[in-house]
Design a protein around this ligand. Sequence first.
Ligand SMILES: Nc1ncnc2c1ncn2[C@@H]1O[C@H](COP(=O)(O)OP(=O)(O)OP(=O)(O)O)[C@@H](O)[C@H]1O
Length: 260
Amino acid sequence: MSETTVVEAKNLDLTFPTNDGPVQALKDVNLSIEKGEFVSFIGPSGCGKTTFLRVMAALETPTGGTITVNGVSPEEARKSRAYGYVFQAAGLYPWRTIAGNIKLPLEIMGFSRSERDRRVKDVLQLVDLEGFGGKYPWQLSGGMQQRASIARALGFDADILLMDEPFGALDEIVRDHLNEQLLALWDRTGKTIGFVTHSIPEAVYLSTKIVVMSPRPGRITDVIDSPLPRKRPLEIRDTPEFIEIAHRVREGLRAGHGDD
Ligand SMILES: Nc1ncnc2c1ncn2[C@@H]1O[C@H](COP(=O)(O)OP(=O)(O)OP(=O)(O)O)[C@@H](O)[C@H]1O
């Protein structure tokens, strides 16, 4: 493990006890994530993508193996506010304005009023929502709500951003635009991002590392370190390099299905 290693998972297992017997959500997962990487997790429904993200965020406890985040346990990393979490649905409180939603975790963490205001202004600018702080969630489009939810996760300036299919419910044009914006934000802030998706083009476009997973039990079938440059216009999706990586992801997904 080097000094720049953010996540180190070794032989990670997680089995949920259920009424129908144990469900093994993760099996022998080994993965390291370096600082500043953009890592996508892709795989069919139920392969353990969300579970892995939740383990990183100390929302689930593994039943075997080890995991460190910033060199400490996920619980300790959470206490030191190492990460922000963006969920599938924006999850904004409808009775609070956008600024009010972003401020909520900051209030809980005890930031002063002036510091909260400063941070809200900064993060709204980061996600291109200046001027929308006073609006209510229902006054914003789905894509804008998702950006507000990202702003909320950025509010306490965590080094790691965990995103669970944040754009899954949006149409393709909006999604393309948000993907571009997210890459620009990642480039500007140097954050480490863990991102769950079902979309091969989204994973290839965004990531420096693509983790391909297979279901029953959730295992990693391939880890692809992307050769694409950091700065990526959307048109990069038409290049042979892009198509080749997408092909490898597809092969990995297919291989994972082989032993069904
Ligand atoms: N709290 C839980 N109790 C019991 N089983 C669970 C629990 N959470 C997840 N599982 C099971 O663990 C497996 C992995 O679930 P997980 O949500 O991580 O998959 P996923 O790859 O994120 O799926 P999706 O793409 O549909 O969101 C599934 O079989 C799921 O039913």
